[in-house]
Ligand binder design. Structure first.
Ligand SMILES: [Zn+2]
Length: 241
């Protein structure tokens, strides 16, 4: 493990976005994932004495990119986003594409394209650190809405996530656990793994911590959208929301 990960809550109390401060331990080089609000991000970075060199975006939505320019100017940071989003991510300097590797100091990220929530949405996957930044594609116990992509595209994107190593921890773009509980429970009332998931998540949330990160293996056994085995099942779930 060469990456330190710090969760920063943004738009607290209304959109509850998560930005993340990633620091490569060996070089001290750091990056911010999806800076949705400048003030809490800058406050936390300054508190920890980090000057992020990069901004890593998962997709173009304003609640993930709105602080790009302010953070970029404040730290002279470079903005990295999907090639597909090159005309709609503020301040973008460098683009990445599906399957490409990108280095944060000595920490290697792999770019995984996941159409569905938007077209061109990407995941930042750090295989050696078993860390996956899922933006608005995968949340605790739910998934992002289909703003641009189809159910088919989202299902195939979720399969890419399901095929990653099960001990990978995922870091979502919003804290939606409590809102997603009733639907997940309704479908899986007697699932002991889900019961334990909920107990632990509630404990952490009460302490002011994020519900996660959760291992993909656990998520696959609790998140109804990951539990859907076929496209037909997946579409049925979308219709029941
Ligand atoms: Zn979004």
């Amino acid at each position: 493990m060469s990456l330190d990960i710090e969760t920063i809550l943004c738009r607290a109390g209304y959109m509850n976005n998560y930005s993340y401060l990633l620091t490569d331990r060996e070089t001290g080089i750091s990056a911010i994932v999806d800076p949705s609000e400048a003030e809490p991000v800058i406050a936390r970075c300054n508190e920890l004495g980090h000057k992020p060199s990069y901004i890593l975006n998962t997709h173009h939505h304003f609640d993930h990119t709105e602080a790009n320019l302010e953070i970029k100017n404040y730290y002279q940071a470079n903005v990295i986003g999907a090639e597909y989003d090159k005309n709609r991510i503020p301040g973008i300097d460098e683009t990445v594409s599906d399957g490409q590797f990108w280095m944060l100091g000595k920490s290697k990220a792999e770019i995984i394209r996941v159409d569905g929530h938007t077209i061109g949405h990407i995941l930042w996957y750090f295989p050696n650190d078993k860390a996956l930044f899922t933006g608005d594609t995968l949340f605790n116990l739910c998934i992002g809405g289909l703003f641009e992509g189809s159910a088919e595209e989202m299902f195939s994107s979720l399969n890419k996530i399901k095929n990653l190593p099960g001990d990978t921890l995922f870091y979502p773009g919003h804290e939606y656990t409590l809102q997603s509980l009733p639907f997940a429970l309704h479908l899986n009332l007697n699932n002991p793994i889900l019961q334990n998931y909920i107990t632990e998540a509630q404990k952490r949330l009460r302490r002011g911590l994020p519900a996660g990160p959760i291992a993909l293996n656990t998520e696959k056994q609790c998140n109804p959208y990951l539990m859907a085995q076929t496209l037909t099942e997946f579409k049925q779930l979308l219709n029941r929301e």
